[in-house]
Design a protein around this ligand. Sequence first.
Ligand code: HEM
Length: 414
Amino acid sequence: MSGHPVSRRHLVGGGLAGLAGLGVAGAAGVAAGRAQDRPITPDGTSPGSYGRPGLDEVVAFDGAHQAGVATAQQRSAAFVGLDLRADVGRAELVKMMTVVTGDARRLTEGLPVLGAADSGLAAVPASLTVTAGFGQGLLRAAGLQQQAPPWLRDLPAFGVDRLEEHWSGADLLLQVCADDDTTVTNAVRSLTRGIRGFADVRWVQRGFARATSLEAGESVGHRNLFGQVDGTVNPRQDTDELDRLVWVDDGPDWLRGGTGMVLRRIWMDLDDWDRLGRVEQEQAVGRGLADGTPLVAAADDPDEVDLEAREPSGLQSVPPWSHVRRARGDGPPGPQFLRRSYNYDDGPGESGRQDAGSLFVVFCADVDAQFVPVQRRLDELDLLNDWTTPVGSVVVAVPPGCGPDGFLGQELLA
Ligand code: HEM
């Protein structure tokens, strides 16, 4: 096999029997043994045994919803946008998603994908999750445009946008997250290699996050590159609120139990931001920098920003142009969708300025009803716009999860 990459496109068509002839049976056997050694607890995790907690954790792949959405945020991520080849139609998409599903299932269990040498790269699952999302182009290729939810299209153009083709759009999006960078890299490499007969990589965006719960004075969210605690007002795992905001309930049948995903690559002007004083930085958002506590807390909830509070002068304590006030609008306090963003840092950009910012990720049941109104308000007025610029944008529909014999997107494609 060496030197001759095997097209998985043909392997799938020929069934798994062909793999035995390629010497894969042995590797699969070893791997299967290892998976059995690793007990998976009912909550989908396994106890760590790599010495460092977490590296041996397994997040269950199969389930009603895809993993990587309501999953506790891992520290490393890659977002991969792929374009389908011109000759790919519905039958090929079934094959492609069968491969993606099988490969993702094995990788998340710490096993190499079928046909790959057992190099050890896959052996550290580190809470790996692979989440697949379908762009408008995938439904078109399948001849199933009429099954698309109305929001599955490019977002409306916003005044703040400076979108680059290079970071925007995708027929298929794979979100790969784990608590280990090498695990993420290996998963991306394995997954994209597995489907290269069907789809070409258009972009890869790598991200990182440090949960603020790891810092002193526990709080939720992660620390973004402006130094802010990001993700405070977010639905918590295993709550009715998350279920209601995130999972599609009354959309197209094939998408029930799935969700909508928006990925915006937002460049952040770190140099200019760093020139501001602490007071200006905190007023731009409405929360303190150190731990994200509100500038003025609501009387009944110390975590909630009191937007009604006034200074003795009569001016609003949380300024009219602050990010939190604009993002919340006139609605009641509380989350409007799930944010699961990562930082990125690609070093000095072409202009010599740091190419760093946020891979801003939202999961919601209805992109038009939940995400777009917030983005419109922020587009009209938000002081953060002075230091942030969206340069990439993609919207995908994330199908529900599947069982051990199924594949992702089966309800749509099969
Ligand atoms: C790089 C750009 C951005 C930065 C640095 C940023 C930062 C923050 C920070 C620090 C908070 C307060 C803590 C929290 O609740 O997480 C916040 C809240 C929020 N942000 Fe952003 N954000 C950005 C972009 C966006 C975008 C594009 C949207 C949506 C279109 C958005 C929607 C929200 C919402 C809904 C809240 C919660 C507001 C509330 O009800 O209190 N943000 N953001």
